[in-house]
Design a protein around this ligand. Structure first.
Ligand code: ADP
Ligand code: ASP
Ligand code: MG
Length: 417
């Protein structure tokens, strides 16, 4: 008998029919003698639709009310799933994030979990019930409803698994594991039997939506056994663990894509000590994440520098830079949206010279201009035009010997924003 956390993403519970299928799957696990805590996301595209609704009312939806709105999505799916399970004659109870004891920092839209008090969850398990918990949501110390960032239900699941000392955590989604790249872009992507926490964290941080980065951080920190598999079939899935076996000859393990990249350039900045600190501290204070930073050489005491932010943050970032103009002297600020970051990831890269050079060659072979580059021991990222990113990924996947002869499993269409 195991204590397990099972998480089902939006497309897994997209319709009443799908909810029934998920209910049957959970019951099957219970009947094998397991104690089950289930975390669910909002149905299908509900979260996107709620965001669209708010945008019809205002250009600047207040963060507090946005969290109030978005958390309703998960509340619908937990209630429906509990009903479905009960209709099959099994006991189930649904809990919102706050009822399940998910305490977060007092931040809207991307709060971190600070504490979990799973008393009610454990008490219901002891009563023999299947416990259904709403993903992606929590409550701050001052009693405000918060959300964990897009895709955050994975984090709810892994954090809950750590808090109740579950034997393992299963992430059920619409693909049957973690692939070498998004199988929606590369049909012959390679399914990985296992991947290390560090490689998965890098891929997730670089845009691979299959797991929320914080979920991987949690799993690594609390040593949670994590499996990614499909709710549409019974295939084995991918284990995410401390050390994954290295497949002979494979240096690049995965390729990630982030299509929401924008570049901001500040031209002819007075090149004195403290200028970069001033700019980036001001951006950080507004919660804007800066990614790749490039500074050009100095000419006549002035330098140009460029950095990337997520497309959603461009307006706010430009405003911040305008606001500090009295303290930072520069000639002009420009910005460019419609960019994408393509990254290759692999723990073996550090000891294999020429991996980055090959990436640049492959991209230029596609006649695509590389606008920015950033590297670390286990990854190389290139910023390119978003509308050519898929071609680049397909070419890289083949060049690094990752193509397989099998067709990847993808459970139904999905529009990615
Ligand atoms: P869920 O709603 O179940 O949380 P997500 O859309 O968040 O599902 O994550 C699953 C999707 O992640 C897949 O449909 C796939 O398009 C995308 N994806 C991106 N990179 C990868 C990868 N390396 N392996 C598998 N899936 C990936
Ligand atoms: N419903 C939320 C989202 O769409 C959280 C999640 O699915 O994990 O981002
Ligand atoms: Mg997800």
């Amino acid at each position: 008998m195991s204590l397990i956390v099972m998480k089902f993403g939006g497309s897994s519970v997209g319709t009443a029919e799908r909810i029934k299928k998920v209910a049957e799957r959970i019951i099957a696990s219970k009947e094998q003698g397991n104690r089950c805590v289930v975390v669910v996301s909002a149905m299908g595209d509900t979260t996107d639709e709620l965001i669209d609704l708010s945008n019809q009312l205002t250009d600047h939806p207040p963060a507090r009310e946005m969290d109030m709105l978005l958390t309703t999505g998960e509340q619908i799916s937990i209630a429906l799933l509990a009903m479905a399970i009960q209709s099959f004659g099994h006991e189930a109870v649904s809990y919102t994030g706050w009822q399940a004891g998910m305490i977060t920092e007092p931040v809207h839209a991307k709060a971190r979990i600070t504490d979990i008090r799973p008393d009610r969850v454990l008490a219901s398990l002891d009563q023999g019930k299947i416990v259904i918990v709403a993903g992606f949501q929590g409550i701050s110390g001052d009693g405000e409803i918060t959300t964990l960032g897009r895709g955050g239900s994975d984090t709810t699941a892994v954090a809950m698994a750590a808090a109740i000392h579950a034997d393992y955590c299963e992430i059920y989604t619409d693909v049957d594991g973690v692939y070498s790249t998004d199988p929606r872009i590369v049909k012959c992507a390679r399914k990985l039997d296992q991947i290390s926490y560090d490689e998965m964290l890098e891929l997730a941080n670089l845009g691979a939506a299959v797991l929320h980065p914080r979920a991987v951080e949690y799993a690594k920190h609390y040593d949670v056994q994590l499996v990614v598999r499909s709710s549409f079939n019974h295939n084995e899935g991918t284990q995410v663990k401390e050390e994954a076996e290295v497949e002979h000859g494979i240096v690049v393990k995965g390729i990630a894509l982030d299509k929401n990249v924008a570049r901001i350039s500040i031209l002819e900045v007075e090149d004195t000590p403290g200028i970069l600190a001033k700019v980036f501290t001001s951006l950080a204070k507004e919660g804007i994440n800066v990614d790749i930073i490039v500074q050009s050489g100095t000419l006549n005491g002035k330098a140009d520098f460029s950095f990337t932010v997520s497309s959603a943050d461009v307006g706010k970032a430009l405003q911040v830079i305008e606001n500090i103009r009295p303290e930072v002297s520069y000639r002009e600020v420009t910005s460019e949206a419609g960019l994408a970051k393509v990254s290759i990831v692999g723990a073996g890269m550090v000891s294999n010279p020429g991996v980055a050079a090959k990436m640049f060659e492959v991209i230029s072979g596609q006649n695509v201009n590389i606008q920015m580059v950033s590297t670390s021991d286990i990854k190389v990222s290139c910023v390119v035009a978003a509308d050519r990113a898929n071609d680049v990924i397909i070419a890289l996947h083949s060049a690094y010997g990752l193509d397989t002869s099998e067709q990847a499993f993808v459970g139904g269409p999905k529009e990615r924003r």
